[in-house]
Every structure is written in C-alpha cells, then in structure tokens.
Design a protein around this ligand. Structure first.
Ligand code: DGL
Length: 249
C-alpha cells in the first residue's frame, strides 16, 4: 500500500514526540495517531495487560489504510515488540532507549523510564536505570500546564545510593519514555548532563530508511495527521502546542 498512513501508537500524548520526529524526517507522509489516554499510563501494567491494550490499539488502527505501525512507546516496544510484530499486518517499528551508543563510548549514563521498561533493561548494560512510577501520568495530567510537573519530587521517591542525583555527574541522560521529551528542560536543569537523548530520532530514521529502500516515500502529499480515539481533539491540540515546546531531541 504505497499511499497509506503511517500509524503512531502510544498510551497517550508521549508518542506525539515520536510523531514530531517522523514528520520532521518525512515531510510528505500522512500520519494517523492513536493515543490510548483512557488507559494511560502503560508503564505500571503487567505484560499481559499491555498485550491486550496493544492488540486493541492495533485493531483500531487496522480499520484505516495503514502502511506501517510505529510504537511511540518504549514500554510496549521493550516488553512486546516480538509479539506485536507477529500480530501486526504491516511493517512495525519500536522505540528503545539507545543505551548501546552511550555504553560503547564509556559515558556515565542514566536511563529514566517507566517501571516496566526498567524491568526489561535494568540488568543488561551496566548503566543506572530508574523506573519512575508516576511521571508519565503526571505529564499526561498536566499536558496543558507542563510547568506544574514536579520532576524533582518524582525523583525524590527513589533512594540515593541507587543512582546519583548530583548535578553534572552523568554525561548522558537517556529519556526512555516518550512522555519525558516534553519536560526535557526540567530534566536537563536537574542533572545538567552533557547531553540528553532518546530513541525517537533513531526509530524515525529506521522508518525513513525502510521507505527509502522500498522506494515508497511519498512526495505528493503535504504532511497531515489524523487523530483518532476518545481524546483525539485534546491530543490534536497538544500536538499543535508541542511545536512550541520543541520535542525533538
Ligand atoms: N510513553 C510511553 C513510553 O514511552 C508510556 C508511558 C506510560 O504510559 O506509562 O513508555
């Protein structure tokens, strides 16, 4: 299907940071966005619950002519990418905290992510990983008043010793949840790292390369995004606002 939509799926507004990156790299594609805000946050749910939500999200998107599925959600990707790929009828891409890139360079690295993503990655790479239980839902709740999000308070729920809270200790902070892009400045002010990165750019590049290799990048359209689901209107409003927040890593 050369001219279908590229579908982006997340628990709520977080995947809009992925959507922005995809739009930046592929200016002529048409997108469809489903944020499952009613069931957010995903980050504290069991794998079984996540799978059921993923299936129901994919089913909704399948009723539209989609040509690819992009999970704008590290939690779904880290825990279920294999299962979701087997279920999905179109090429499916996940987003992951880009840890290997930092570890290879020997950088002191902290990954901030959801509880379920932490479960999946905590022992793998020898970096500090903090699973924040409430942050994604706070961002979801404060979508239109992001200044009210209290990042330091979220962090203070975690004991010192597990990781270092000092300014300038970490070279790199990895945002392992797409929601966190929208409070990147607060996170940066808190840790003062040399850099903050996320998996969004790398995923968007993989999607772009896939369509380039298949010679099916669009050039006849102007970007457009169709928002679906119960919170479609609010998500659309947030998408417009996110252009001012500057969600690109
Ligand atoms: N934005 C998603 C992620 O990247 C999910 C956050 C949540 O719903 O807990 O993991």
């Amino acid at each position: 299907m050369a001219n279908g939509y590229i579908a982006v799926f997340d628990s709520g507004i977080g995947g809009i940071s992925m959507l922005n990156e995809l739009i930046r790299l592929m200016p002529n594609e048409r997108f469809i966005y489903f944020g499952d805000n009613e069931n957010a946050p995903y980050g504290n749910k069991s794998k079984r619950e996540l799978f059921e939500l993923a299936i129901s999200g994919i089913e909704r998107l399948n009723s539209f002519p989609i040509k690819a599925l992009v999970l704008g959600c590290n939690t779904l990707s880290a825990n279920l990418i294999g299962e979701i790929r087997s279920y999905s009828k179109v090429p499916t891409f996940g987003v992951f905290p880009p840890i290997e890139r930092c570890v290879v360079n020997g950088e002191k690295t902290l990954v901030l992510c959801t509880v379920q993503t932490r479960e999946k990655i905590k022992n793998h790479y020898g970096v500090d990983v903090v699973g924040l239980k409430n942050l994604a839902s706070e961002i979801e709740r404060c979508a239109f008043c992001l200044n009210d999000v209290d990042f330091s308070k979220n962090l203070s729920l975690y004991s010192v010793g597990k990781f270092c809270k000092k300014k300038e200790y970490y070279d790199t902070i990895i945002l392992g949840c797409t929601h966190y892009e929208f409070i990147k400045n607060k996170i940066s002010d808190h840790f003062r790292p040399r850099k903050i990165i996320s998996g969004n750019f790398f995923t968007a590049m993989r999607v772009k390369k896939y369509f380039e290799n298949h010679k099916s990048l669009e050039n006849n359209y102007q970007n457009s995004v169709l928002f679906i689901g119960k919170n479609a209107e609010a998500n659309k409003k947030f998408f417009v606002l996110s252009g001012q927040i500057g969600s690109n890593p």
